[in-house]
Ligand binder design. Structure first.
Ligand code: AMP
Ligand code: MG
Length: 351
């Protein structure tokens, strides 16, 4: 099993003067990814330190590759009820709700299948058909049972099941970063937890943060730029994690219906949601939801993803990059999405 090595690499805990606001920057390697935080104002270093502590705490709680995490304990005890922290309870509840809302395109119980392909920290491999068929029998979010009794929280899974919160953990972490920034009275900050962006306030000059959406086909190019202020933007794409075997590429986003990497006609999905109109409220808010939706809409593919957006279950906008070279932006983004000239993509706005 691949061990997740978490090392702090504060490449730059730089203090500089930009305008009259102090800038503090930190880089953290956690949750198997690189996170970059920028905080403006007094006491930025302490805020950064709190942010880092919190992501490590979350990793300890949620990681499936750490045997002592709460999620590992729950998975090991599948079939039995286990006490869980209020935090894990809330997140499991959100994950199950997202699974229900997306018709199971997002499903945290896809964990055994994720592991069979080696995306749970194991060695990469292509599982056989029979193996996948057997594992698919364990998949189904309705197997997650949550109970609250006398202020205590309990969870159980069906025997053989396990959960993987990798599809929403970083989004949840971004909600937790928002809590910290709010508590510290920070006015301007950008937290980039890999593809999970939290734009806190605007830049110090009052203009929105500019965040590029990567061209899935080219790591050094963008398909466009999002102008973000008090908003979350979360991208999922097959290019983020994959392996090659027998001349084929297999990526980490699994279609729970087939047990195979989603054969999506999309190469990336970016979900954008305002921070104010919290759909879920409080902890596990819009960052968590955006993360679940980015994974789900990737699995759905273009047509179903747009139908889901039009269905209005949640108030969000999206930028879809299609395998046939189009970039489809939902109309709510308006001027907040700036296409990259000369990118080679055709741009469409949908309503
Ligand atoms: P993301 O990068 O947010 O799209 O999440 C991808 C991660 O979520 C994968 O690495 C798996 O750990 C997990 N995952 C893969 N497919 C699914 C799915 N259909 N539903 C929920 N989680 C998934
Ligand atoms: Mg996700």
């Amino acid at each position: 099993m691949k061990k997740v090595v978490c090392l702090l690499t504060v490449l730059a805990l730089a203090l500089s003067l930009s305008g009259c606001a102090k800038e503090a920057r930190g880089q953290v390697y956690a949750m198997d990814t690189v996170m970059n935080f920028t905080v403006y104002g007094r006491g930025g270093e302490e805020v950064l330190a709190s942010m880092e502590r919190r992501v490590r705490e979350l990793e300890d709680l949620l990681s499936r590759t750490r045997e002592d995490s709460e999620i590992s304990a729950l998975n090991a005890a599948a079939g039995e009820e286990r006490p869980v922290s209020p935090e894990v309870y809330t997140l499991l509840e959100r994950a199950r709700a997202a699974a229900e809302a997306t018709g199971g395109a997002f499903d945290p119980t896809v964990a055994p299948v994720v592991s069979a392909w080696g995306f749970g920290g194991e060695a990469y491999r292509v599982p056989g058909e029979e193996e996948l068929k057997a594992l698919l029998n364990t998949v189904g979010y309705s197997g997650i049972t949550l109970k609250e009794r006398e202020g205590k929280y309990f969870a159980s899974l069906r025997p053989g099941q396990s959960v993987d919160l990798g599809g929403i953990a970083k989004g949840y972490a971004s909600d937790c970063m928002a809590d910290i920034l709010s508590g510290a009275g920070v006015k301007h900050s950008l937290a980039a937890l890999s593809g999970n962006i939290l734009a806190w306030g605007a830049k110090t000059d009052g203009t929105p943060w500019r965040v590029g959406i990567r061209d899935p086909g080219r790591s050094d190019a963008n398909v466009g730029v999002l102008l973000l202020q008090d908003a979350y933007a979360v991208t999922s794409g097959g290019y983020e994690r994959y392996f090659e075997a027998g001349g084929k590429t297999y990526h980490h986003i699994i279609d729970p219906a087939t047990g195979c990497p989603a054969e999506s006609d999309l190469t990336s999905v970016t979900i954008v949601m305002d921070r104010e109109q919290e759909e879920l409220g409080g902890r596990a808010g819009n960052g968590t939801l955006c993360d679940a939706l980015s994974t789900a809409l990737f699995v759905m593919g273009e047509e179903e993803a747009l139908a889901f957006w039009r269905g209005g279950t949640y108030d969000f906008d999206a930028v879809l990059v299609t395998a046939d070279g189009r970039v489809v932006a939902t109309e709510g983004l308006g001027e907040r999405f700036i296409p990259t000239e000369g990118s080679g993509y055709a741009y469409e706005t949908v309503s």
